[in-house]
Write a protein that binds this ligand. Sequence first.
Ligand SMILES: [Ca+2]
Ligand SMILES: [Ca+2]
Ligand SMILES: [Ca+2]
Length: 326
Amino acid sequence: MLTWVAAKKINASCAEPKDKTLTKYKIFVGKLNDAAPQIVKDAEKGDTPADFTAGAYAKINNPNVSAYNVTRIYGTFKDNKDTDWFRFVPPTDVDAAKNTHLTVAFEPHVAGKGGSGSTTDIGVATVSLASAPTQIIAKADLTHKGAELWVPAKPGEPLLVAFKHPGTTAGSNDFYFVSHRATGDNPLEKKDKDNDDVKTAEVLKQSQTTSGAPGFFIAGTIGNDGKDVDHYSIAVPSGFEKGKITATCAARRAGSGLRGMTIKLLKADGSDYPGAKWVEDETANATVKDIPVGGETTFILQISATSQAKDVSSNFYRCGMYIADK
Ligand SMILES: [Ca+2]
Ligand SMILES: [Ca+2]
Ligand SMILES: [Ca+2]
């Protein structure tokens, strides 16, 4: 059995290449079983929503949890105008979704020599309801590294997801793989009105990150056509007053219709932490990194946006934070 040890500066996305400190490897080669429910192959029927390929899920074989295996979607772009549609009905019994809401994630595997070997990225990808295919809920340009779709969904409500060729010159082997999961989300925003004001910021509960550092997570929305503002209050755990805060949020990069999502760290009195501001664009999540706590016992994460896209209805964002002890 091989043990992987992740190096620093890894990318958060599992489907992307990661640095490893070990240099030994074994290669396993298997044949995809297209008959298995969790393997979904583009049937190359046509480019309209009615030409969808039906997707499916396979439950994890464990009586103690109700969860599903990752579904692998794959296909080819027959030309540089090809759009492939898939239909999924998100499960109604995902355990993780009971404490938060259900989400559907579509994570493209990296193309090219350092990735799958495909001669193209996927271009624009969209999610819509199967009952209203032209009304786009979520949209992301997957040619940007690390962009994906990770979208709140209603259990049992059929969805269509579309993957479009980027429109560049067709390559000799234009294929793609996408990992799809139906899973839970971060703890949800609960006090949307109160959290407009820094003085009545919504308190985030501490949880543990995989590295052991105290972490704080939230999934919220910027409503009112992009004019909403959300403030979250984070208590600095004892012993971390000289630590450093890192926060990262994604909206547009996960398919949301929010544009110019802006994150800012504030002190409890509402004043700015110097340098702790970032505006998300298509190429990078909003991240503020290693901001000194500076002896404060509480800090505030402020989230806003410059606008709501006219052609994408969702307005979600998702954030994670942690405090390093030095
Ligand atoms: Ca195709
Ligand atoms: Ca609010
Ligand atoms: Ca809000």
